[in-house]
Write a protein that binds this ligand. Structure first.
Ligand SMILES: NC(=O)c1ccc[n+]([C@@H]2O[C@H](COP(=O)([O-])OP(=O)(O)OC[C@H]3O[C@@H](n4cnc5c(N)ncnc54)[C@H](OP(=O)(O)O)[C@@H]3O)[C@@H](O)[C@H]2O)c1
Length: 260
């Protein structure tokens, strides 16, 4: 890889995003990493130990101002890789969810992500070069009863990623969708889902998931679903009626489904 390439990774303070940032650092990218909370500074310190040049930005990427702040920190440096990963979940029945939190899921996962891709994507288009990795989810294949808004946002991102890729087919920009299954991170605790089956069962390793996404991005592939179980789940989801999928989702995401 040419020296001094820049990767921007969002949601890099923990979980899949931190592991994506580690992959970038190991591969020699300079990094701008972003998250909302001060923990992003610790992540930056950890990444610098590997010798990478890392800048941390604290910005609320659910807001236009937060995305503008991240773009201002990047300045006029070309972005060689954008890893749009920041995201948040939300468990429980839709009508029991607080509407402020519902809106935050949409603002973070969809609005902020798209605004950042729009800004960075236009910058890439001027140079006709760049790589975009979007963290979607296999949740996008299933109507997510008791996680309804979250799964909807991921269905949006999965779909959007393929559409954008096609629009950019004849350009020097690649778009890759990383679609993890349930992965061991802070995600389910933050989504208030620790009383559910999916929140408490064994999950995929965040580093392995991130590495598969990073490698697929470097190869310019369209998408990656990690692990046999998740591949099978998405294949079956494509031929299963949505009503049945929503019923199955209840069994793993409804409060009280956690094994005692
Ligand atoms: N874990 C899974 O099972 C799973 C499965 C499929 C897809 N995913 C997706 O993977 C991505 C990463 O999630 P994760 O599992 O690694 O969860 P995580 O450990 O909770 O990490 C989420 C990251 O996103 C950041 N973030 C959330 N809201 C933000 C905001 N408004 N502004 C800036 N940063 C924000 C968090 O930073 P702060 O703490 O600073 O807010 C954190 O760095 C998400 O898009 C998620 O939907 C996860």
């Amino acid at each position: 890889m040419p020296a001094n390439q820049l990767a921007v990774v969002t949601g890099a303070s923990t979980g899949i995003g931190l592991e994506l940032a580690k992959c970038c650092a190991e591969d020699g990218f300079n990094l701008v990493i972003a998250a909302n909370e001060p923990a992003i500074q610790q992540a930056a310190a950890e990444l610098r130990n590997s010798g990478a040049s890392v800048e941390a930005v604290e910005a609320d990427l659910a807001t236009i101002e937060g995305v503008d702040k991240l773009c201002a920190a990047v300045g006029d440096r070309p972005i060689d890789a954008l890893l749009a990963n920041a995201g948040v979940g939300l468990g429980n029945a839709f009508l029991d969810q607080d509407f402020g939190r519902i809106r935050r899921v949409i603002d973070t996962n969809i609005t902020g992500t798209l605004y950042l891709i729009h800004r960075a994507g236009n910058e890439m288009l001027r140079r006709n070069a760049g790589r975009i990795l979007i963290t979607g989810s296999i949740a996008g294949f299933m109507p997510g009863s008791f996680q309804a808004v979250y799964n909807g946002t991921k269905a949006f991102l999965d779909s959007f990623s393929f559409a954008l890729r096609e629009e950019l087919r004849d350009s020097g920009i690649t778009v890759t969708c990383l679609m993890p299954g349930a992965t061991e991170t802070e995600f389910f605790r933050r989504a208030d889902m620790m009383d559910t089956k999916v929140g408490t069962e064994e999950k995929d390793d965040a580093h392995e998931v991130a590495k598969a996404g990073f490698d697929a991005m470097l190869r310019g592939e369209s998408d990656v679903v990690t692990g046999m179980k998740n591949k099978l789940q998405t294949t079956l989801a494509n031929v299963t009626p949505n009503e049945v999928l929503a019923r199955q989702h209840r069994k793993m995401a409804e409060p009280g489904t956690a094994k005692q």
